[in-house]
Design a protein around this ligand. Structure first.
Ligand code: FPP
Length: 260
């Protein structure tokens, strides 16, 4: 890290605790360079490495990356295959650094529908890193926000059929506990690269009060400096959580979820 980034460092108490990222623009990055799409994804994996490392270094507690959506199956078979293999290569290559930085790997999504070899590698990496106590790196894989809420509703309905939950007990907390990762704190900051200003079915329940940060920069070009720019912008914002404001960002730090 150079002196330039030091002078712009985000004060620790204003570093977002949970950062969620929609990593968009891999294909466009490649097209602009006259390269095949898969080269954009490969370079995107380098950005994943850089951003994971920087988030851990800056004291982020949770980082959730949208790596493969439920809609991404509609892409050509060769591209889907490439993305799946890229994930396996990433897991194999990054495990030493994940362990060294005490990162806990987790995954959300309809994981049972992933190819068996991907699931096996993923489960192994999750189990190995579960002993760590550092930042949570959560990969959203075969993930859709509506599907997540639907799956939670089904779990609650099944519990109701078994007589384990009554209608009056279906609270926000009960539903939250049935989401893919019941331990997840709400994201403080949602970053989307690639110029589109959409949520695209990502963490629909969880981003209710997140600060949104959009950039035209394509994901393969999004590295440490761009991350710090987003953090500095976030640090200057006032979060009101539906109230009247005046509270600094850190006032909500102790609460897992913001509520109203
Ligand atoms: C969006 O770009 C990106 C994806 C659908 C996949 C994200 C995957 C990576 C960043 C690769 C590595 C990830 C891990 C976890 C190792 P796009 O293809 O939709 O871009 P476009 O909108 O420009 O076509």
């Amino acid at each position: 890290m150079g002196s330039d980034s030091d002078s712009k460092a985000t004060p620790q108490e204003r570093v977002p605790r949970h950062v969620a990222v929609i990593m968009d623009g891999n294909g466009r990055w490649a097209r602009r360079k006259g390269l095949p799409r898969h080269r954009g994804h490969a370079e995107g994996a380098e950005s994943v490495r850089a951003v994971v490392r920087e988030c851990a270094r800056l004291g982020v507690q949770e980082l959730t990356l949208y790596a493969f959506s439920t809609e991404n199956w509609r892409r050509p078979k060769t591209e889907v295959h490439f993305l799946m293999e890229l994930l396996r290569t990433f897991l194999a290559a990054e495990m030493p650094e994940i362990m060294e930085n005490r990162i806990r790997l987790r995954a959300i999504g309809r994981l049972a529908e992933l190819p068996a070899r991907v699931r096996r590698d993923l489960e192994r990496a999750i189990a190995t890193s579960s002993v760590n106590g550092g930042m949570i790196l959560r990969l959203a894989l075969n993930y859709g926000g509506r599907q997540e809420i639907l799956d939670a509703a089904k779990r609650i309905a099944e519990a109701a059929v078994r007589g384990e939950i009554a209608p009056q007990d279906v609270t926000e907390e009960a539903l939250r506990g049935c989401l893919y990762d019941g331990q997840m704190r709400d994201p403080d900051l949602l970053i989307r690269t690639g110029g589109e200003m959409r949520i695209s079915n990502f963490l629909l329940w969880e981003v209710s009060y997140a600060e949104l940060w959009f950039t035209p920069i394509c994901w393969p070009d999004f590295r440490e400096a761009e991350l710090r720019t987003a953090f500095n912008d976030y640090a200057g914002r006032e979060r009101r959580f539906g109230g009247l404001g005046g509270e600094p960002l850190s006032a909500h730090g102790g609460r897992r979820n913001a509520g109203a």
